[in-house]
Write a protein that binds this ligand. Structure first.
Ligand code: SF4
Length: 210
């Protein structure tokens, strides 16, 4: 289930999209669809499209710094194939995972409101329902972590966010946590490439246990 290309459930985000559609008519400027096959064993969940990243290119995590670390790591672990070129026509394939954002439209200052996250939740819930039992959602950051728990009806108190944490959910799926692979987090040392790889390795080991 994908949102309408001119989804109006969040008036503030729709108006922000339209403002950027006028300013940059060559950009995507619409709800960004998921990337990768539905039903893959790994569902990577980000927060929301970056203004000059996914909102520009139309593909999650594509075209800004966060994609550089994410796709390099996915290529290393065989979750992606090809070459990441920073645009939606680079031929990159995701045989082993799918990537979505908890909120499909770019928010001002990268901050969706709680009401906007709730409005977009049914689209995330549909993605999670397609995740096979034994598979894992990898939440990039606390907001994505909370969005996954809410979409699945799980209690937040039972599953606190922590980088590298693994949560066995009632639906027989895993929730794996990582700090978001943003430029800010990597520049400040909050997330290093080694830490990100460790979170991915932990998730893959959990999937292997079923
Ligand atoms: S964030 Fe989601 S619910 Fe809100 S307008 Fe965009 S697609 Fe619609």
């Amino acid at each position: 289930m994908e949102p309408d290309p001119d989804c109006s459930l969040c008036p503030r985000l729709r108006s922000f999209r339209h403002r950027w559609r006028d300013a940059e008519p060559g950009w995507f400027n619409a709800p960004v669809p998921g990337f990768g096959p539905r039903g893959a064993q790994v569902l990577i969940v980000g927060l929301a499209p970056g203004l000059r990243g996914a909102n520009r290119t139309g593909r999650p995590f594509t075209g800004d710094y966060a994609g550089d670390l994410l796709f390099a790591t996915l290529l290393k672990y065989g979750l992606a194939q090809g070459r990441y070129g920073g645009h939606a026509e680079d031929g990159l394939a995701l045989p082993g995972c799918r990537i979505v954002n908890a909120v499909r439209c770019v928010p001002p200052q990268n901050r969706p409101s709680g009401a906007e996250a709730a409005a977009c939740r049914p689209f995330l819930a549909a993605e999670l329902q397609a995740l096979p039992p034994g598979g894992a959602a990898l939440a990039l950051g606390r907001v994505a972590h909370d969005a996954v728990l809410s979409a699945l009806g799980e209690r937040r108190a039972a599953h606190p966010f922590g980088h590298g944490a693994l949560h066995r959910l009632g639906c027989r799926r895993w929730l794996a946590d990582s700090y978001h692979c943003s430029r800010y987090n990597t520049n400040t040392g909050r997330l290093t490439p080694a830490m990100f790889e460790a979170a991915i390795e932990g998730m893959l080991e959990a999937i292997a246990t079923g």
